[in-house]
Design a protein around this ligand. Sequence first.
Ligand code: ZN
Length: 229
Amino acid sequence: MNFFVIKKRHLCLILCAILLLVGLGTYFGLTAQAYQPNLSPTVVIDAGHGGRDGGAVGRKTGVTESQINLQYAQTLKEILQSFGVNVVMTRTDLNGLYSPFAANKKKDDMQKRKQIIDESGADLVVSVHMNAFPRSSTRGAQAFYAMENSSGAELAQSVQKQLQNVSQYAHSVAKQGDYYILNCTSLPGVLVEFGFLSNAEEESLLIESTYRQSMCEAVAMGILNFYQM
Ligand SMILES: [Zn+2]
């Protein structure tokens, strides 16, 4: 009888020890997982305009900004993905994001883009645009950031620096800009105006695939440097 009690006590101790070990293992396993650094950032790439909103128009070829933006967005996506970056696109075809029944299609389109950013769990946003200006001599790529978004300013400057390596006409500093796509989120964001479709020479460059590749590589490098990857 006495012997049996001791054996039962031993059994209890062994069971408690097993439970404790399993418990500690699970705890430390989960903790280690939870504190793993985010090695694969997520970037939202927003191809500006689309559908009935073509954006700027090429003075020489009549190409629409919305078409070129999509090509640049897709090239940028491929480059970033090759570096292990997760990419979420706001649009993947020539259509706008607005509902055909929306009374204010531009507003609806922009709100849909905001919704995609909000639901993406992304680390930053890049919006792709082409510029235009009445004076045809104006040219040069420029990166913009939202007011009071210091990390956005840092990101935009990192991108601007890389654009300068590709184009001698690229501006030397990123600029603050009042854009909904940047203002609608607290994430660091950069809106890149890759060049002016109102400048004949720059328009010819912008529609070239090799120039597109170089400019998108520059933007990708700017993003990766911002992450210090
Ligand atoms: Zn635009």
